[in-house]
Every structure is written in C-alpha cells, then in structure tokens.
Design a protein around this ligand. Sequence first.
Ligand SMILES: *[C@@H]1O[C@H](CO)[C@@H](O)[C@H](O)[C@H]1NC(C)=O
Ligand SMILES: *[C@@H]1O[C@H](CO)[C@@H](O)[C@H](O)[C@H]1NC(C)=O
Ligand SMILES: *[C@@H]1O[C@H](CO)[C@@H](O)[C@H](O)[C@H]1NC(C)=O
Length: 419
Amino acid sequence: MAISSGTKVAAVLTGVIAILGGFVYNLVSVDIVALKSLPEAWYAFPSGAVEVIFQDELKYCEDALFDHEMGIAILSCDPGRGEWNTVMGTMYNPNPKGALYLYNYVTKTDLRQVELVGLPEASDFHPLGINFYREPGKETRLFVVNHQRNGSTVDVFTLDYENSKAAYMTSISDGDQNILAPNAIAPISYTSFYVTNDHYFIPRLHPILNKIETFGSLPLGWVTLVDIAGPIPKFSTAISNIGFANGIVLTPTGKEVIVASTISKPPSVFIYTRDSATNTLTFNSSVAVPFRPDNLNFDDGLDVNDKTAFDDEGRFLRGLIAAGHPAPLKLFAVSRDPVHKKAPSWVVEIRRGGESDKAAWSATEVVGSTDGEFSLRTLYQSNGSHFGTSTTGAVDFSRGKMLVSGLYEKGLLEFGWNI
Ligand SMILES: *[C@@H]1O[C@H](CO)[C@@H](O)[C@H](O)[C@H]1NC(C)=O
Ligand SMILES: *[C@@H]1O[C@H](CO)[C@@H](O)[C@H](O)[C@H]1NC(C)=O
Ligand SMILES: *[C@@H]1O[C@H](CO)[C@@H](O)[C@H](O)[C@H]1NC(C)=O
C-alpha cells in the first residue's frame, strides 16, 4: 500500500495525541448520550411483525445478505467469536469453526447449514464478510473473508442452493500484504472483487499499534482490488487512507462503490464514483451516520431502470443500508464479555434528497443538519436490550422483509411488513 514510513510515524504520533485528548472525551460522551437516548426498540414498520428467530440455532452472525432472485438469505456466523475475534483482538482459541447458513426469508422456512465441500481439513473457518456474484442463469460464486490463525484469506466457493453445498475453489492471500485485515467484499465479476482492509496494524502482529490506530482514528485502512482471472492473483490498491474501512457495496448500476469508515470523524460512509472500464474509484461525497458504521448492504431487488431508485447517471437514490454501533465502548465491553454485556443497535437507509428521520432518537438530530443532498431513515434502533451489536441490515423492500444480524447476538432479528 502507498503509505511511506515517514507518514506512518507522523500518523502514529498524531494518534497518540488524539488518544490523550479528544478521544476519551468523545467516546465516553458518545456512549453516555447513546445509552440515555436510545429506546429499548424502535422500528420503521408499524404494520409489521418483528421477532428474534433461531435463537437456539444461530450464534454471533456478522454478515447477512439477501439473494433477492432466489429469495434466500446467506448468513455468516461464528459461535467461537468470544474466543477468536481478530478485528477486536480477542484471540485465545481459533479451533471451533464458524459456519454459513441459508434461510428462505420469503417463506420463513428452511434454515440449512452450508456444507463446505473440499475446504482443506487444516484450514480454520472464521467467516466475516460474505458476498456473491452471479450472471443470469449461471452458477453462484461465493466470496468469504476467513480470519485464520496464521493470516486472513478470501475463500472462494461455488454455491449450490438446492443441496446447500459450497464447493471450495481457492483461498486468496498474499502473506499479509494486500489482504491483511480483510473485512468485507464487493464482487465485480466471477474473478474480481474489491475487499476492505480495516487496519494497517493488526492485533496478531502489532497489538499496541492496533489499539492506537483504532482509538486514535488513524486513516490507515484501505480497499484492495483483486483479480484472479490469471494463474496468479493480481492486487492493486483501489482506495487508500480510510479509517477502519469496514462494509463495502457496489451498487447494481456498477456506477458507485460505498465504503463504511468506522472511525472517521464524524463516523461516515464514503461514496466513490466507479469507472466500470478500469475499476478506478474516485471519491465523490461522504455521508455522516449516527453510529460507528459496520456492514453496508444494498437492496438489489431495486430495478436499475427505476427512476425513483437511480438517477440518469446511475447513482443510487435509495436502497443503501448501513448498520452499526452507536455506543462503541459498549461494543468493546461486549467483545470481552459477550454473555453478560449488551451494546446498542442502529440500522438506517441512506437516501439522496432531504427528508427528516422519524425515529425515537432522530438520526437527523445526531448528525446535525446536512446540505440536504443525503438523508437518513432509521429502520431500527435499540439500546441493546431488544437486539444488540447490530452489524448488518439486509432489506428487501419489494417483499417487505428485513433481517438484522448482531456480532454477539443469538439468532437474527426478523421484520416483515405489509407492502
Ligand atoms: C433499555 O431501555 C429499557 C427501557 O427504558 C430499560 O429498561 C433497559 O434497562 C435499557 N437497556 C439497556 C441495556 O440500557
Ligand atoms: C500455523 O502456522 C504454524 C507455524 O508455522 C503451523 O505449525 C500450523 O500448522 C499453522 N496452522 C494452520 C491452521 O494453518
Ligand atoms: C460528485 O458527482 C456529481 C455528479 O456526477 C458531481 O456533480 C459532483 O461534482 C461530484 N462531487 C465531487 C466532490 O467530485
């Protein structure tokens, strides 16, 4: 990546100063205000049903995404996260393997664990961000971030929905260089994808500097473009200097890529214009959000020709979903004691155009007034008692369905409403 060592040293010093000063005040006050202001549960779908499902079957699911065409949700869960979280630095026992699941979210039936066919016996399996790519009528390619003990990989599978099997193809890594701290994936084709790297200093190699990077809000994360069409994977840096680059989405028109920056000031998602011929990304705008953003999803059920969903330049007008953590210190406490501690949740839809948020604790109030280019619409918020540690909101507006996953929650939060 393109950071000189001089820049790094300067950045680290800046971080140390930030820790001593603004940081403590900021984080603590953010937590206190959030816990005071968030309701036990608020959601945007008054006509709907809401329930926590699969509390006995699913534990600690980080990612959830909808395959709209199939009507199936793909889930990435790791019940051993309390002992193995390479992002938050709890690393005691990498042995218990996580798992992927399929769930028919339309009929609300048929939860199935995915059999990983051909995954090497010696491989760890700690899935984080997952995403798929499929051309009409062809096979489904699944990309999985896998936080293994000796280094993270992006594992590639062919997904067979009918038999709930994922046939292992390959693991992509390059010795802690371009795939160092992978978090989330945005596939471009069967053989190329963008992947976020959340940290430059990872807990396995630099435990102290990792904390300084996080708590000093240092912009050292980045996005790697990976091309595996040839015999050797090709890596290039698509975006540099993003503080804790977390969720990533490529919109259905292919014209924009959105990245969540968990530690930017203010916490924001960044919107990049994409040149689809070269995969080059150019910064266009940022949208402040009222929490530390984690995963991003897009309602891929939206039609690219729908003028209420995309403008003439192919930019999204609605359908971008961000989930995250309004009280980051609480989340940190939960990562140390997932059984007894709770941390709040917040999921919003990001739209272009000015609208005010109707939530119990309004997103508009938290982020302050904007220039009216973007607005936030809360879909769900909770102080953590109802459903905590929200990492992902997967939404299918055309069917009136939403699933929320929680990093340290049992089960999933399911919404259904009348459309
Ligand atoms: C959430 O709010 C409810 C209602 O005010 C309260 O009883 C509960 O203790 C709160 N939970 C947390 C974790 O703060
Ligand atoms: C991790 O690396 C160690 C030391 O090189 C090696 O002994 C071990 O087999 C590796 N484990 C896995 C699961 O790759
Ligand atoms: C973002 O994109 C819009 C539409 O193409 C353009 O008008 C605007 O100037 C861009 N902003 C920046 C900062 O590049």
